[in-house]
Design a binder for this molecule. Structure first.
Ligand code: SF4
Length: 363
């Protein structure tokens, strides 16, 4: 794979659409920056210890930006400590109350996510934009089908994607009208096809960087599948500057899934690749448990490493050829391959110790 502008390019994806670049703390978004991975905390923001613990977990998993809801005064009061102790830039998610947006800026937040339409009066939007400009803080305009202003209702019935695009363009204009252009947008719907359509149409009309997401995507499997379906179409067309896979689950999964998606498309380096057979009636070992354990042990390996886990010896030698480390279970023994060559046969009860040793060799 070739490295282009800090990201891996491959035949799957068209070159990235040129977008203007914004800076969120020390993280750049858009332009020649790699596609960034975001997530959002699920804790009560005012619970500083729980929120900090989750921010750290997300950052350790690879999240480059973490959003927290700032929905009340307790959340705003928690921000100074969260910001001081977070190791990634934080984004404040604010609805309705412009004072909470102002308090977030005062606390030193790195980015605001607002929907100017629900901030209300123009002077409130102007006040927030002026304070953000003063601090050099960008704003993401988060357009969401579920909270579109009623002026787009009719259009949304005829052309749902068009309503998202129009709302985003109008919001950008509102901020531009008060002299603020340091923006990103997101156009979200729970229907992946609407997200694809809206993001494509927006990309044809604006160079504002786009944050991609399917909102209320669902639980772990359904949500990941629906998000990846929409985002991989867009990313392969060069559209998308940041991503969030929204899941009704532990947000750490959002980050892991996002990196797997970006790595599969050749857009980011992610994890060492663990290939595991789907198992069948021939299986001689608990492949799910074994592959999960191998993933755990391999998560800090260089991303170009490949490990194959096969439930029996039928496909073991073949898969092992393309892997740095191959594991194929037999009835009483397990065959260990190194770069396609049978290295040793070990008794099953020695597998854990041998895995530790073999994976360590791949560092
Ligand atoms: S490797 Fe063996 S156990 Fe796994 S799917 Fe193939 S035949 Fe079945």
């Amino acid at each position: 794979m070739t490295q282009q502008n800090g990201r891996l390019g491959g035949p799957v994806c068209r070159p990235r659409r040129p977008t203007r670049q914004i800076r969120v703390g020390d993280v750049t978004i858009g332009g020649d920056a790699p596609v960034r991975v975001q997530s959002m905390t699920t804790t009560i923001t005012g619970n500083v210890e729980a929120t900090l613990a989750q921010i750290r977990e997300l950052a350790t998993a690879g999240a480059e930006l973490v959003r927290v809801t700032v929905n009340d005064e307790a959340a705003a009061d928690a921000l100074p400590r969260l910001i001081a102790e977070s190791n990634v830039p934080l984004v404040a998610d604010v609805h309705y109350d412009h004072k909470l947006a102002l308090a977030s800026l005062e606390a030193g937040i790195a980015k605001l996510r607002i929907n100017p339409g629900n901030i209300g009066k123009k002077e409130h939007v102007r006040e927030v934009a002026a304070a953000a400009a003063d601090k050099g803080v960008p704003i993401r305009i988060g357009v969401n089908k579920g909270s579109l202003h009623r002026r787009y209702e009719q259009l949304a019935e005829l052309d749902p994607a068009g309503a998202l695009v129009q709302s985003a363009l109008d919001e950008i204009e509102t901020l531009a009208g008060v002299g603020f252009t340091d923006v990103a947008v997101s156009l979200k719907s729970s229907d992946p096809r609407e997200v694809v359509e809206a993001c494509r149409r927006f990309a044809a009309r604006s160079d504002v960087p786009q944050h991609l997401g399917v909102t209320e995507a669902g639980t772990l499997l359904a949500g990941t599948s629906r998000s990846v379906a929409a985002m991989s179409v867009l990313l392969s067309e060069g559209i998308g500057d940041t991503v969030r896979i929204s899941l009704a689950d532990d947000p750490v999964h959002e980050v892991t899934a996002a990196f797997h998606m970006l790595q599969a498309l050749g857009l980011r380096e992610g994890f060492a690749r663990v290939v595991a057979c789907p198992t069948c009636g021939r299986v001689e070992v608990d492949v799910v448990a074994l592959a999960t354990r191998v993933e755990e042990l391999a998560k800090d390996l260089p991303p170009d490493r490949v490990i194959s886990v096969m439930g029996c010896i039928v496909n073991g030698p073949g898969e092992a050829k393309a892997a740095d480390l191959g594991i194929a279970a037999g009835r009483t023994k397990v065959a260990i391959y190194r770069k396609g060559v049978l290295h040793r046969n070990i008794p099953k009860d020695e597998l854990e110790a041998v895995l530790l040793e073999e994976i360590e060799r791949l560092r």
